[in-house]
Ligand binder design. Structure first.
Ligand SMILES: *Cc1c(COP(=O)(O)O)cnc(C)c1O
Length: 363
């Protein structure tokens, strides 16, 4: 088995100590396990800058998409109408979820290299009184763009609608003042900036809005309200929980705190990202975005050479210890490099040297 580090937006490279937590088979019904779940929920509220009176955290089995699907199908349900602001594949995935669940929805599509405009969103809401919920992505991992959720939240709140944010790839790596901004539901998952392993998503919910989800869900296993009701009693998950993943996540939260919290992690990721862009630009690569770049993941254009092959470059880099990520934007030939997870300045330096070596062979 070759050992390499992941320069992807999740799953990502985790610490040995987080991986070691998974060597224990833990039962799900005893008090110490339930207490671990409760502590995780409390810790997530702290990271979101919210009080336990106003907000609650719900953990949901599955990958990040399961969390988004849980919120949309439980909150919008059969009665509401969702407005989606999309500028990438994850915004578009919300449309896919809405379609599958038969939700009433409308989508506003923005260019992949532009942030959704708060005024355009506000106009759309004003012209359609049926709209009850507005959703968008924070860091659109498709391109690496960081959307302006604050400006959109202001309008959405002014117009009295529910605001849902997919902060999958940013929560824990970029500080988000959830109650200050006015977010009603914010979704992330275990295997992104908290640096756990894949297996569940989590949702920080405004209690008054979560209460309204009772009997509203169109799915059994993704019913956010029922999941909450069960978990809220004593920390028991409604159906079998991913025990190993939960133990690893608890450890990852401890390590986030030991690193100095979200601000320290943001500083490390930002430094990785600055170094990466500086080095790649010096080697002649162009970034896909010219502004609103997040410190999470960067999209680079293919070099202008008939001789270039992404597959060759990918293998060359992987053999030397790093896995990069294919592109996902639809209007350009690009690849992506994530810089979250257990990745440090020395990794970015090594990666830069590997790219330099690879380019020597490209005419
Ligand atoms: C990773 C990610 C998701 C979830 O993807 P899964 O493959 O279901 O974990 C959703 N939205 C964004 C912005 C993401 O980065």
């Amino acid at each position: 088995m070759i050992n390499y580090k992941l320069l992807t937006p999740g799953p990502l490279t985790t610490t040995e100590s987080v991986k070691k937590e998974m060597l224990v088979d833990h039962c799900t019904w005893d008090n110490d396990y339930k207490q671990i779940t409760q502590n995780i929920r409390k810790e997530l509220l702290k990271l979101a800058h919210v009080s336990e009176d106003e907000y609650t955290a719900v953990l949901m089995q599955g990958s990040g998409t399961f969390g988004v699907e849980s919120v949309l199908t439980s909150a919008v349900g059969k009665k509401g109408k969702l407005l989606i602001a999309a500028n990438g594949a994850y915004g578009e995935r919300m449309e896919d979820i809405a379609k599958h669940a038969g939700l009433d929805y409308k989508i506003l599509n923005f260019k992949y290299n532009e942030i959704p405009d708060a005024d355009i969103i506000a106009k759309e809401i004003e012209s359609d009184p049926a709209i009850t919920h507005v959703s968008m992505v924070h860091c659109e991992t498709t391109s690496g763009i960081l959307n302006d959720i604050e400006s959109v939240a202001k309008k959405v709140k002014l117009l009295g609608r529910v605001f849902i944010v997919d902060a999958m790839s940013s929560f824990g790596g970029v500080d988000i003042d959830v109650s200050g901004i006015g977010i009603d539901f914010i979704i992330s998952s275990a295997n992104k900036c908290i640096q756990g392993v894949p297996g569940f998503s989590f949702i920080i919910c405004k209690r008054t809005e979560l209460e309204k989800c009772k009997d509203n869900a169109v799915s059994l296993s993704l019913d956010l309200y029922d999941q909450w009701q069960c978990m809220e009693k004593d920390g028991k998950w409604r159906f079998t929980s991913p025990t190993h993943v939960v133990l690893a996540f608890a450890k990852a939260l401890e390590e986030l705190s030991a690193e100095g919290g979200v601000s320290a992690r943001y500083a490390r990721y930002s430094n990785n990202n600055d170094m990466l862009i500086e080095k790649m630009t010096r080697l002649g690569f162009e970034t896909y975005l010219d502004r609103n770049q997040s410190p999470i993941i960067t999209t680079f254009r293919y070099p202008d050479s008939a001789d270039f092959s992404f597959e060759e470059m990918y293998s060359f880099i992987k053999e030397r210890g790093y896995a990069i990520y294919p592109g996902k934007v639809t209007d350009a030939d690009v690849f992506r490099i994530g810089n979250i997870g257990e990745i440090y300045a020395e990794d970015i330096e090594k990666l830069g040297n590997i790219f330099e070596e690879f380019l020597k062979g490209v005419k």
